[in-house]
Design a protein around this ligand. Structure first.
Ligand code: GCB
Length: 623
């Protein structure tokens, strides 16, 4: 309560002191979600995927009545009632919902792909799933949602158990006391709508995708359990780690970690249940890298609980204009990726095969070693596959285009979202960079907002690099046309990154691209976080016109020639692997609701430019 009050007071005093002060007032610990259950894949869990019934609620009558009154009980879709049985009794009561008899759709998955009438539905939908739970025998149970886009209102057996805002990060709710032996009714109100205070705001360049988009699991634990544990390689070769116990026996417990074939260590938790590991540099450690993505089986044990993980050990750093992986310079041969599976009607349902198919094209089709997971935290399955397959990862949260920069509550959301992403993925060797923004127009409030985010990342995870995809400026220097980074946020970043579309947007001809002059800091690594051009797969031999495959391929050749002349360039993630759905893209011949900057069509057909980039990366890899 005290911490929360501190934050409220800071928020109330908002003003000239600005965002940084208010952000600092809430401590990093405040941003730690109450429960994480990061190692839940290795726990005793019950997968609640499958058919859930649903009910649309465009006017949100399940939550609120007109005139600010409490919702009518006949509208409250989460009530624990057998509506059909009550109707059979007759009487004055009646209902305007019945989730037991409602239509069904598959969870996880976005509703937009499930039914034609929901294609452009943007608002509240109620979901229900009944399930049997196991007896707890003194243990505890939690619901872990990997993602609900965008707001979730969760009820178990008619009782509210929690809410969450943010469409791409997990949340955990304890249900130990709310679970019922026999049958349970889980109801989730999912509101996909965005506004000026959400992250992202109303307008993006990707599709709506409302729903319970990632798996939901019931997780069983002992009364005292390992909530979170992580390890990472330090620059000096030692391994540092942290473990958090939760529960009545969390304090002063012996805890241990075993890294199979490499090392074991033990520690004791403090009064708050936290233990730290500091392991001497193990002889024979094989470092993780894209060329050799070695993962070790790790087991953490404490207080009668144990969880497993698979961890890679590597270091990442910046020196002058170079990015160093395991102490050696590396060029990031990358591509950007949205979370959208191959197919004509994607539901953003990242099953393992769906994620593997995308990453396979990146790793083995394009000869890449790096992927920009844009513009939000992707599914856990994707991150684990990146670890396994050997792809470096840039991760970001959707602080994209314009956000309500002056609003402390919005900053608080951004920091919380960032914390959820970092706690989730800080054990993944693949993740090397946290980005704090994409193409946000420069202003003092915006730079304060991003600076607070950058400070937050460094406090939560000092082991990785900080970047942001910046806008560039064209200006005349001595009569010459120059592209420059003019952004004070650059001072806060380890790696500079810019999105550049000369030759697609704007009036430059393709032939002009190789000669474009850049004015960037000479001693810092720069990556091209985006460049790209639309092409409709199969549209060819029509001159070098926009939207032809030839134009896109030539755009890539010329942009790569420009890149070769940039001395500080340390990597790139062109836009984008696959055509993706976007309501901004409505050309009736070429787009039809798809952003066509993919090197692959939505169904995975390679365009000419795919080969151009694959050849370029093959050459880079050979050097
Ligand atoms: C950008 C955005 C990306 C868009 C892309 C485009 O700069 O970062 O989200 O999809 O341009 O296609 O215009």
């Amino acid at each position: 309560v005290k911490k929360f009050l501190t934050f409220l007071i800071a928020a109330a005093c908002w003003g000239a002191a600005g965002i940084a002060a208010a952000a600092a007032a809430g401590s990093i610990e405040d941003l730690r979600p109450a429960f994480l259950l990061t190692a839940s894949p290795s726990r005793d869990t019950q997968d609640l995927s499958g058919q859930w019934t649903y009910s649309k609620d465009l006017y949100r009558t399940g939550l609120n009545d007109i005139n600010g009154w409490v919702a009518k009980s006949r509208m409250q879709r989460y009530r624990d009632l057998d509506v059909a049985a009550l109707e059979a009794q007759g009487g004055t009561d009646f209902f305007e919902f019945d989730l037991d008899r409602g239509p069904a759709m598959a969870v996880p998955g976005a509703w937009n792909a499930a039914r034609p009438e929901l294609r452009y539905y943007d608002g509240l939908v109620w979901f229900q799933r009944k399930f049997q739970s196991k007896p707890l025998n003194g243990g505890r149970a939690f619901l872990r949602f990997e993602a609900v886009n965008y707001r979730a209102y969760v009820y178990l057996n008619g009782k509210e158990i929690g809410r969450h805002e943010g469409g791409f990060t997990p949340f955990v709710l304890e249900v130990t006391d709310a679970l019922r032996e026999g049958g349970n009714r889980l109801s989730v109100g999912v509101d996909s709508s965005h506004d000026a205070q959400t992250i992202p705001t109303v307008i993006t360049d990707w599709d709506l995708y409302g729903g319970i988009t990632r798996p939901v699991r019931l997780v069983y634990t002992p009364a005292t359990f390992i909530d979170d544990a992580t390890l990472s390689l330090k620059p000096d070769g030692r391994i540092a780690g942290e473990l958090r116990l939760q529960g009545p026996q969390a304090a002063r417990q012996n805890v241990s970690v075993t890294i199979a074939g490499l090392a074991t260590a033990s520690a004791v938790t403090d009064a708050g249940g936290r233990a730290v590991f500091d392991i001497a540099a193990p002889a024979g450690l094989q470092r993780w890298s894209p060329d050799s993505p070695r993962l070790y089986d790790v087991r953490y044990a404490a207080a009668g609980d144990a969880v497993r993980d698979r961890i890679g050990f590597r270091t990442i750093a910046v020196k002058g204009r170079q990015i160093l992986l395991n102490g050696k310079p590396i060029f990031l041969r990358g591509i950007s990726l949205h979370e959208e599976e191959f197919g004509p009607n994607p539901a953003r349902n990242m099953t393992e095969p769906a994620a593997r198919a995308l990453l396979h094209e990146i790793k083995h089709g394009l000869n890449a070693n790096y992927v920009r997971l844009s513009h939000y935290p992707h599914s856990e399955v994707t991150l684990r596959l990146a670890d396994e397959m050997g792809l470096l990862v840039w991760s970001e949260i959707p602080v994209y285009w314009s956000v309500d920069w002056d609003n402390p509550a919005v900053l608080r959301k951004a920091l919380a979202m960032q914390a959820e992403a970092i706690y989730r993925d800080r054990g993944r060797a693949s993740v090397v960079m946290w980005s704090v923004g994409n193409e946000t127009p420069v202003s003092a409030p915006r730079t304060r907002f991003h600076s607070a985010m950058a400070d937050n990342v460094r406090a939560l995870d000092p082991t990785r690099l900080v970047s942001a995809a910046l806008l560039v400026e064209r200006r005349k220097v001595n009569g010459e046309d120059v592209t420059a980074i003019d952004d004070p946020l650059a001072a806060k970043l380890d790696v500079l990154a810019v999105n550049t579309y000369a030759g697609w947007y704007g009036s430059d001809t393709l032939d002009a691209l190789p000669g474009l002059k850049w004015q960037v800091p000479p001693d810092r690594p720069l990556i091209l976080s985006e460049f790209g051009a639309d092409a409709l797969a199969g549209y060819r031999n029509d001159g070098n016109k926009k939207f032809t495959e030839e134009y896109q391929a030539e755009y890539y050749r010329k942009t790569l020639a420009m890149a070769d002349a940039m001395p500080t360039l340390a990597g790139m993630s062109p836009w984008i692997l696959k055509d993706f759905q976007s309501p901004r893209r409505e050309h009736p011949v070429f787009q039809n609701g798809w952003n066509r900057k993919g090197l692959l069509s939505e169904t995975g057909v390679r365009k000419q430019a795919f080969g151009v980039l694959a050849d370029y990366y093959r050459g880079k890899a050979a050097k």
